[in-house]
Design a protein around this ligand. Structure first.
Ligand code: GUN
Length: 296
């Protein structure tokens, strides 16, 4: 039976570290670090994520400024709001929750966020720097950073090991692959056109599942002793629950946990880490803002 990596407990410990640092920062500078969240449309999952992010801000002592816009909003109006937030000194970080409605070009919106407030790390320049040797992004994206932090805090070595990433999205798959590469893992990125996927995943010492398909990773795809990080959050129907549904990851946890050396659960694995990393990035943005000496 695999060691279960308790993301909820690790994230709670990090949030407590941040809470203490935020209190010290406020006492030293008389400034409250602030995060602006922009939620567009009525995707229920996005609304839940943003609500949880704002709740976490409150818990660690950060200010949060919430903006909710209708799905019909124009791209120009979204960019105008981002520009307005960029100019406000009490806003240290700007988060535009993805996905955006189809008529809005998310890259155009993300590129409007100034680098020093890009706490989600999604600005194309920040993503690019993740992949360039000798360059570091102003901020690393929160979910990939949370995956790496889970490995580090669980004592799992990265350098020299085989990492396989399932998925190549701009939010998780691609950036986590770049971050593993920067930490000297040997990285393979798999996607929907990969042939003989189980043969590739069985090579992995570290397997990151970020494809958004419930129970996609089965026990036969995992090498004994592998560390499995499950980024998926999929809602499946479950008549035994009062709500009629429940959340599961991309990994068949019950079967894979019999083979893996370590594994993250869903919920309670990567999810809480994403939020903890966002709090950390927002504090960092505020620390740089008062220092005035940070060059990007
Ligand atoms: N959608 C899914 N994950 C994320 C995230 O980490 N940040 C934002 N802004 N949108 C997301």
């Amino acid at each position: 039976m695999a060691h279960i990596i308790d993301g909820a407990a690790i994230a709670a410990a990090i949030r407590e570290e941040i809470r203490l640092e935020v209190a010290r920062f406020k006492a030293d500078h008389g400034v409250t670090p602030g995060l602006a969240t922009v939620l567009i449309g009525d995707n229920p999952a996005s609304a839940t994520y943003v609500r949880n992010k704002r709740k976490a801000c409150e818990e660690v002592g950060l200010a949060s400024f919430g903006y909710e816009l209708p799905a019909t909003i124009t791209q120009d109006a979204v960019i105008a709001l981002v520009n307005e937030l960029a100019a406000r000194p009490e806003v240290h970080g700007i988060l535009v929750q993805l996905p955006l409605p189809a008529h809005i070009d998310d890259q155009a919106v993300l590129a409007a966020i100034p680098l020093d407030k890009d706490v989600d790390g999604f600005h194309p320049s920040n993503i690019g720097r993740l992949g360039l040797k000798g360059r570091t992004p102003a901020f690393a994206p929160c979910t990939p950073k949370g995956c790496i932090e889970l490995l580090d805090r669980s004592g799992i070595a990265i350098a020299g090991r085989r990492a396989v990433v399932l998925g190549r999205s701009a939010i998780v798959g691609l950036p986590v692959a770049l971050m593993l590469l920067a930490r000297d893992a040997t990285v393979t990125v798999c996607h929907s056109k990969t042939t003989d996927l189980p043969a590739v995943t069985r090579e992995a010492d570290i397997l990151i599942a970020a494809i958004g398909k419930a129970h996609f990773v089965t026990a036969d795809m995992v090498k004994p002793g592998c560390t499995v990080i499950d980024v998926g959050i999929n809602r499946i129907s479950d008549p035994t629950r009062k709500s009629g549904s429940r959340l599961v990851g991309d990994v068949d946890f019950d079967a894979v946990s019999q083979v893996a050396g370590a594994i993250t659960p869903v919920p309670g694995g990567v999810g809480p880490m994403t939020i903890a990393m966002l709090m950390q990035n927002t504090l960092l943005a505020a620390q740089r803002a008062v220092a005035h000496s940070f060059t990007l």
